[in-house]
Design a binder for this molecule. Sequence first.
Ligand SMILES: [Ca+2]
Length: 153
Amino acid sequence: MKFVTPAVVLVFSPLLLTLLPGDVVAFSDCGGILNEKKGTVRSPGYPLNYPNDAACNWTIIAAVNEIIDMRFSMIDLDGNSFSCPDIVTVFDGDNWQATPIMRFCTLLNKTELDSLSIRSTGNKMYITFTSDYSNTRKGFISQFTAQGRIYFD
Ligand SMILES: [Ca+2]
């Protein structure tokens, strides 16, 4: 009996190490409908790397007389100025046919993140995230706030 515990550890720890950054664990936070006044949208698994082959979409719905302000505090995606295998897009509406506000597929530094201004014109915002079959990174995290249409910064 005294050998059971070490045997279990030996069997399972390589499996756990394999799964941690991988495909199975992370999908619980992949998309949804959000109608809170404030909330968070982040890549699946964050702050671990996002999985390959992810396809997530979030719809934020504010009150009729509100707009949505979104601030990203981290964007780190697999991509560069030549190719965008993993991509986040924010749309000014509630589906992918709405006007895109902004699209990301690389690493942004703090100055770049701070300079972003992402606001809907209406009370809905739609965010998509897709990753391809290889190379994952930290992903992204953002906070959204529903605000009255007339406001001062
Ligand atoms: Ca990738």
